[in-house]
Design a binder for this molecule. Structure first.
Ligand code: ATP
Ligand code: MG
Length: 372
């Protein structure tokens, strides 16, 4: 998917709501700081979000989708506010974008701050632990990736309700297909192969949902023996776990996990739980990936409680930009950004308040840029 030399890299920028507008410029600055090690970035600002909906009646303009589809190589999404009550005519633009761009995988690496520090063992500087590492609730030894199927499961949103003689009855359809399970399985094996531990855990609940989760589990398990794979995944170990016990073990002994692959709803819950293990939401990046497009997105929401104060942590958005670049084949650029972020965390001097610091979003961003 890497763009050929000489071409520019067209990046759609969708800051959307709240702190999305404060952290996306940080991601942009980090990409720009890479200079000539990636094709010249060309940023295209695009409208989306709840605030856009309240002004115009649409949360995801057709124009945004067509520019993404026809002009952009990739995109960065900020964050979208979710209204606390149902608002007529509104539906989440991020959910719609995943569907329209066929971004079938949500990939979320979750790594302890202390492991980031250890991984940079070339550094001879004394390690001063930032406050986040001293957070007694943050686990020190988490280094995993949650790969969540992004297009089906209960998210097909086919619900209905009827009145019966005993009162209301509501149902939801849960869709699991072989096609979607196979491609998310392939993404999981590909991801595991590129990691040191090379281990995939399939998350399901097939003791209860033997047909739907049974299909997911069997299809992912069968990926290494698909025609054309030719032993490529022989080195990857496969385990499986019921989702309830996976949550329990994630909290008790998170270091047993490397790549976790799950249907949409379990993946949603697991990826937030995993993020909670390492401290601030302001640190955790993600990408939404398909076969021909990738969109970086920090895991946090629009954080209305801190929006507009220039104190949002920009590191999750900056790391999301790095993940996006790596997915496109620009691993060197991604490494430079990630090392710069790790150095800023390690030094612990210029950090936003969520990590115990006193610095502004813009100051943290400048600190990262200096190191890139
Ligand atoms: P939304 O409806 O948009 O998800 P939310 O109220 O759930 O909004 P989140 O963005 O999910 O807010 O954030 C949850 C908590 O974590 C908030 O207290 C928020 O301030 C904090 N938080 C989230 N992202 C960041 C960040 N980048 N920097 C600092 N704090 C953050
Ligand atoms: Mg939220």
């Amino acid at each position: 998917m890497a763009t050929t030399a000489g071409r520019s890299l067209k990046i759609g920028m969708l800051p959307a709501d709240g702190i999305g507008r404060e952290v996306l410029p940080a991601a942009r600055a980090a990409i720009l700081a890479l200079g000539s090690s990636i094709p010249k970035p060309e940023f295209i600002d695009l409208a989306a979000g709840f605030e856009h909906f309240t002004r115009t009646g649409t949360a995801l303009p057709d124009e945004t989708v067509s520019v993404l589809q026809q002009e952009c190589d990739c995109a960065m999404f900020g964050a979208v506010s979710s209204p606390s009550r149902k608002v007529t005519g509104y539906s989440s633009p991020i959910v719609a974008l995943r569907k329209k761009m066929d971004l079938y995988a949500n990939i979320r690496p979750v790594t302890s701050v202390s492991l980031h520090q250890l991984s940079d063992c070339n550094s001879t500087a004394p390690i001063s632990m930032p406050q986040v590492a001293a957070d007694p609730t943050a686990k020190p030894d988490v280094d995993l990736v949650v790969i969540r199927e992004n297009t089906e499961c209960l998210y097909v949103k086919q619900e209905n309700q009827v009145n019966t003689e005993h009162g209301k009855e509501a149902r939801a359809t849960r869709l699991i297909t072989e096609r979607a399970s196979r491609r998310i399985g392939e993404m999981a094996f590909k991801t595991a192969l590129a990691r040191p531990r090379k281990h995939v855990t399939i998350i399901h609940k097939s003791n209860v949902l033997s047909i739907t989760d049974g299909l997911f589990r069997e299809t992912v398990r069968a990926v290494p023996s698909l025609p054309g794979v030719n032993g490529k995944y022989d080195e990857v170990a496969i385990a499986e776990q019921l989702v309830d016990s996976a949550v329990y073990r994630l909290f008790r002994e998170p270091n047993i996990y490397d790549v976790m692959v799950a249907p949409n709803l379990y993946g949603d819950i697991l990826s937030d739980a995993a993020a909670a293990l390492v401290g601030s939401l302001g640190l955790v990046p993600s990408i939404n990936a398909g076969d021909s497009f990738v969109m970086g997105e920090p895991v946090h929401g629009s954080a209305p409680d801190i929006a507009g104060q220039d104190i949002a942590n920009p590191l999750a958005a900056i790391r999301s930009a790095a993940l996006m670049l790596r997915h496109l084949g620009y691993g060197d650029g991604a490494n430079r950004i990630e090392k710069a972020v790790d150095a800023v965390i390690r030094e612990g001097k210029v950090l936003t308040p969520d990590l115990g610091g006193k610095s502004k979003t813009s100051e943290v961003t400048n600190e990262v840029i200096k190191r890139i």
